[in-house]
Design a protein around this ligand. Structure first.
Ligand code: AMP
Length: 216
């Protein structure tokens, strides 16, 4: 089962990916998490360049992303499939993926209005090593500013500021239509299944829809 989740930042992709990962026992692969963990592990000219791009809301070049994702999905735990969160971000990434025979079975688009994104993003905190996500109001940690599992400090992402969020949303808008049309055309040819889900609905309703869709 190979799944792609598409949606604005903070549309709930991470939460749904975690749900699918637990239910179907396939790994959740977030290119953002992979990049952040690479930055945490090493400080080199290249990782500093990546960090600069992420912090300012710019996309990382396709060749770097493709090599990171290929390395990750060649691991044993991906044999039965995976859920991709944050990849592909450009039509070029989607096409390279297909060229390399990385076939996708399901594409889920999570829809949420732009103004809700800002509300969800401002106040978000993450545990950098694991990628666990909290929100000061909607999903607070048990202990203020501390990760529930390790007790380590939570941080606010440098790219979660109003200005950078706006830039990331514009970047998403720029590529989204092309990527969605690309997967819709594959859907019409019966090469994969595609669904749009209103991500403003209650969590259990979204999850019920996902389960039904993944049975198809
Ligand atoms: P995310 O955690 O998905 O919000 O991603 C954070 C940042 O990582 C993005 O704003 C980009 O700078 C970078 N990034 C993540 N995934 C990709 C991708 N597939 N292509 C290019 N840049 C990416």
């Amino acid at each position: 089962m190979k799944i792609i989740l598409i949606g604005y930042p903070c549309s709930g992709k991470g939460t749904q990916a975690k749900f699918i990962s637990n239910k179907y026992k396939i790994p959740k692969i977030s290119t953002g998490d992979l990049l952040r963990s690479i930055i945490l592990k090493k400080t080199t000219k290249d990782t500093l360049e990546i960090k600069k791009k992420i912090d300012s809301g710019q996309l990382i070049p396709d060749n770097i992303i493709i090599s990171i994702i290929q390395k990750r999905i060649s691991k044993k735990d991906c044999l039965n499939g995976y859920i991709l969160d944050g990849f592909p971000r450009t039509i070029n990434q989607a096409k390279i993926m297909e060229k390399n025979n990385l076939k996708i079975d399901y594409v889920i688009e999570l829809l949420i209005p732009k103004k809700s994104v800002l509300k969800r993003m401002l106040g978000r905190q993450i545990h950098e090593k694991s990628g666990r996500v909290y929100h000061k109001i909607y999903n607070p940690p048990k202990q203020k500013n501390k990760d529930d599992i390790t007790g380590e400090k939570l941080v606010t992402r440098k790219d979660d500021t109003k200005q950078i969020i706006q830039k990331r949303l514009n970047e998403y808008d720029f590529f989204k239509k092309k990527i969605i049309n690309y997967y819709k055309s594959k859907h019409k040819l019966n090469k994969l299944k595609f669904i749009k889900i209103n991500a403003k609905k209650k969590l259990f309703i979204i999850q019920k829809k996902i389960i039904k869709f993944l049975k198809k």
